[in-house]
Design a protein around this ligand. Structure first.
Ligand code: SAM
Length: 523
């Protein structure tokens, strides 16, 4: 197959970009992967001002003396989206961390910021399908295209196939972008994008995806832009139901709402919903759905009355707090606490019940975040390895009444909030993670007193991280345990909780991240 020719050029802005913005937050997921959702924008809308190129002339920019970021010929929202996508691929940055700082640096707000956000997140989510299309249109594997030009083309293809940006605008703005990041490749970019524009997204998928009959997993993977191994894992966790798997994949490609947790005793969810112009959650008694705007703008967050937290995370933490327990109930433990979302909720509940939470976190930076998240609550933060239960005098065996293990995991249950992570995760991540999960759960079982409760939680529905880990850890730990049916610990009438005793939440069923919960009682 032959295609348009590209004359690759170096990324002439790379050196300038390398050190300046991303170092601080690169490996830090403290925002929980939440979508940055500036208010006022519509999906695929063009920027508000500045003629057909929107913010080229500055748009909604709040200058405030900041250094302008845009190259002269590229409009700011597209330039920011390009910088974010390039940082993800070049520097392993996290989009949810790098994008807000880029928007701030560029002074983008309102519809311009919404447009840049849509382009960044949409392009990263659809990357697999876009790359297949670009490879076909270019007549070569996308890996052979110069990285800056490749990222610009991905943004252009996303605009052509998934937004209402007119084709001529998508093509010429991308060619402008290529001019600034890979000058010799403008003819190539123009030709590739014109080829892409020759079909709509459905027609491209019909051309490129394997047939659903002969290769159902490959078909879903290409159609809905997920790696095949993840589609396979989801299908298995959903009992082989490919219809439901499809609904899950579709949900993963949508922009999720930001959920707040109104801390019990500190904020009333209905009042908080009024305060933020949002709506009370469907299931969690503390949840508020934010309708728009950056979560940082909400005063209740700054005041420590609420925090950003997916509703599913609230539900599994609350399940541990409401599970019936005989005997003393004052010593609670969170063995994997950073950055402190569940500790924040459990700490607020502990305050109401005269209990105290010990929050353990192995990473120093994250332990500090837990301290910030639990300030003013009856929480003691320990910066140590949770597996030291029994060896560390602050973590004695048989001591705690309620224990949470929110284990490190692949995070496959929150792909909608972390657009790049589906492409970063590999099946080879599973063995070291599951070993750590088993060890942490075994430590949690040792930490619980006889009769005490242990909640094992993951933000992944992968059965190797859920059922296999729980069964293996319980079998090997030498600590006698019973499974507690977790379903009655979730709100009455909540649908789709399965046959028990464990619970798997799903984005497409519950609107939450795909949190898994197993409740164990030490006998
Ligand atoms: C899924 S996150 C926990 C999220 C947290 N519960 C929340 O709601 O914000 C898992 C955490 O476990 C921490 N971790 C990993 N290994 C650990 C260990 N051996 N001991 C304690 N914490 C560990 C990670 O640093 C990470 O912060």
């Amino acid at each position: 197959m032959t295609g348009p020719s590209e004359r690759p050029s170096g990324d002439r802005f790379a050196a300038e970009r390398r050190d300046e913005r991303f170092d601080g937050g690169r490996r830090d997921e403290r925002s929980g992967g939440r979508d940055q959702r500036p208010s006022g924008g519509q999906r695929g809308e063009r920027p508000a001002r500045g003629g057909p190129w929107g913010a080229r002339s500055g748009g909604d920019r709040r200058d405030g003396g900041r250094r302008p970021m845009a190259r002269p010929t590229v409009d700011l929202p597209r330039q920011v989206a390009y910088e974010a996508v390039a940082a993800v691929h070049r520097d392993d940055a996290y989009a949810n961390l790098v994008l807000p700082s880029l928007l701030r640096d560029a002074g983008l707000v309102g519809r311009d910021a919404a447009f840049a956000t849509e382009l960044t997140y949409g392009t990263l989510r659809r990357l697999g399908t876009l790359d297949a299309i670009l490879g076909d249109a270019a007549g070569r594997d996308v890996q052979r295209i110069d990285p800056p030009v490749r990222d610009a083309l991905r943004l252009g293809a996303y605009q052509l196939l998934h937004t209402r940006v007119p084709a001529h605008a998508a093509v010429s703005s991308t060619v402008d972008l290529v001019k600034s990041v890979g000058a010799g490749a403008t003819g190539f970019a123009n030709a590739v994008l014109r080829e892409v524009a020759g079909r709509d997204a459905d027609a491209w998928v019909a051309k490129l995806a394997p047939s659903a009959e002969s290769d159902p997993i490959g078909h879903l993977a290409l159609t809905y832009s997920h790696p095949q191994w993840i589609v396979r894992a989801f299908a298995e966790a959903l009992g082989g139901d490919l219809g439901e798997t499809t609904r899950l994949l579709i949900e993963d490609n949508e922009r999720p709402p930001v959920h707040l947790c109104a801390r019990p005793g500190l904020a009333d969810p209905a009042e908080l919903a009024d305060e933020v112009g949002g709506a009370p959650g469907a299931f969690s008694p503390y949840a508020v759905y934010l309708s728009g705007g950056a979560p940082g703008d909400v005063p209740a967050l700054a005041q420590g009355r609420a925090h950003v937290q997916d509703e599913g995370s609230q539900l599994v933490a609350n399940a541990l707090a409401v599970a019936p327990l005989d005997g003393p109930d004052g010593r609670w433990l969170d063995l994997c606490a950073g950055p402190g979302g569940k500790s924040g909720l459990l700490g607020a509940l502990a305050a109401q019940r005269d209990a105290r939470l010990t929050a353990v976190e192995v990473s120093e930076h994250r332990a500090r975040l837990v301290e910030q998240a639990t300030r003013g609550l009856p929480v003691t933060v320990l910066h140590t390895d949770g597996r030291t239960v029994g060896a560390d005098p602050k973590l004695p065996e048989g001591h705690f009444d309620r224990v949470l293990v929110d284990a490190p995991c692949t995070g496959l249950g929150s792909l909608r909030r972390r657009p790049e992570s589906r492409w970063r995760r590999q099946p080879s991540d599973l063995p070291p993670l599951t070993r750590l999960q088993r060890e942490l759960l075994a430590a949690a079982l040792r930490a619980a007193r006889p009769g005490g409760l242990v909640a094992y939680v993951t933000c992944s529905p992968h059965t190797v991280e859920t059922h296999v880990t729980v069964t293996e850890a319980a079998r090997r730990s030498g600590v006698p345990v019973d499974f507690v049916d977790a379903r009655p610990l979730l709100p009455a009438g909540m649908p789709g909780l399965g046959d028990g005793p464990t619970v798997q939440l799903w984005p497409h069923r519950h609107g939450t991240d795909a949190m898994f919960l197993a409740m164990l009682r030490r006998t």
